[in-house]
Design a protein around this ligand. Structure first.
Ligand code: NAD
Ligand code: WQD
Length: 337
């Protein structure tokens, strides 16, 4: 049993990870400024697990407040989810993204070093592979980015690698998530983006609940099974369980490792639409549009390293993911409130 500080723990992936940590009797302390989440998430976590995590409404840009969190608690390790994540927005307001995701993270790493907490699991992204030359994508593929959001992930990876070079006491896992979707089985936790969703699943869910008229499919002229983009969708609960394995590994080893968290399977936009339609027992109307700038044709993970190093692999399939996303969307038409 360990005490884990979870930054961004009220968010989509963070909240599911807190549930799995608590299920395994770890002590969870959440730091979140609630920029993209609701305080009600804490009650939802309690409803699922019976435990309400300790919570600090703190911005990771506030170094003094972070120092206080470390001073008041005996923390063994950190899982760092806090950050902004909208690709398009990052192009429009890059400095805001660099400040939050880079300056905020450096604050956290400094506060950790000061408190002598040197074990961290960081939320990276498959976006650091840019447009990969081939699939499945292995961790040693070349890295590049096409937008400021992706660059914040790449820089954080580099910063943490440099931290390890400077001090071999650190234990650092850089988890590269593919496309997290789905929701907790209970329907109590899930994803509710503000405004018009950019990501595929939240958009389809809003078509299903009648909020949007039809799905806009961004291009059907890619070199894929049906011409639409192919991605490695992973159930958010599988991702959360991957973090459990990662934190357990990190607590027992020193070093720095990059690890893909995906299923290893690719699904096209139309295949996902069909899976959702099956789960919701309804047609999902759609229209083929032009390609979305910056999109790639195909992206899915080689998952060998996660299996070998962490003993983790994803369990849920695309039907489970759509079923759980639909359950959450129906139960929470206005998000977690
Ligand atoms: P999310 O927006 O639901 O959660 C992030 C949480 O961090 C939110 O609760 C937000 O309020 C909080 N936060 C943001 N800035 C903060 C700050 N300065 N101080 C304190 N809290 C702050 O996002 P998510 O989907 O759960 O993603 C979690 C992490 O995983 C992010 O770092 C994201 O970039 C990364 N990631 C997400 C995806 C995805 O598709 N969801 C894919 C790859 C990587
Ligand atoms: C998936 C597929 C779209 C919406 C993004 C970030 C990535 C990561 C996950 C954080 C693509 C198509 C989508 C729609 C569509 N986030 N699509 N109509 O672009 O793979 O990854 O989120 O790290 O960094 O770039 O995910 O869900 O936006 O798109 O046709 O309304 O669905 O073209 O083929 P993406 P996505």
């Amino acid at each position: 049993m360990a005490t884990i500080l979870v930054t961004g723990g009220c968010g989509y992936i963070g909240s599911h990870t807190c549930v799995e940590l608590i299920n395994l009797h770890h002590d969870v302390i959440i730091v979140d400024n609630l920029y993209n989440s609701s305080i009600k998430v804490l009650d939802r976590i309690k409803e699922i697990t019976g435990v309400k995590p300790k919570f600090y409404q703190v911005d990771i840009l506030d170094r003094a407040a972070l120092d206080q969190v470390f001073a008041e608690n005996k923390i063994d390790a950190v899982i760092h989810f806090a950050g902004y994540k909208a690709v398009g927005e990052s192009v429009a307001i890059p400095l805001t993204y660099y400040k939050n995701n880079i300056s905020g993270s450096i604050n956290l790493y400094e506060a950790m070093a000061k408190a002598n907490v040197k074990t961290i699991v960081f939320s990276s992204s498959a976006t650091v592979y840019g447009d990969p030359a081939s699939v499945p994508i292995k961790e040693d593929f070349p890295l590049s980015t096409t937008n400021p959001y992706g660059t914040t992930k790449l820089y954080n990876e580099q910063i943490l690698k440099d931290v390890y070079v400077s001090d071999a006491e650190w234990s650092i896992l850089l988890l590269r998530y593919f496309n997290p979707i789905g929701a907790h089985k209970s329907g109590l936790l899930g994803e509710t983006p503000n405004g018009i969703p950019n990501n595929l699943l939240p958009y389809i869910a809003q078509v299903a609940t009648g909020k949007r008229e039809f799905l806009r499919v961004w291009g059907n002229d890619y070199d894929t099974v049906d011409g639409t983009g192919v991605r490695d969708y992973i159930h958010v609960v599988d991702l959360a369980l991957g973090h459990i394995k990662a934190i357990e590994y990190a607590l027992g080893h020193k070093g720095v490792e990059c690890i893909n968290l995906g299923t290893g399977n690719g699904y096209s936009v139309l295949q996902v639409k069909d899976a959702f339609a099956k789960a919701a027992k309804m047609e999902i109307p759609y229209q083929i549009m032009d390609r979305r700038p910056g999109d790639i044709a195909t992206c899915y993970a080689d998952t060998t390293k996660a299996k070998e190093l962490l003993g983790w692999s994803a369990r849920y399939d695309i039907d489970d993911m759509c079923q759980d996303a639909w359950n959450f969307a129906q139960k929470n038409p206005n998000g977690i409130e």
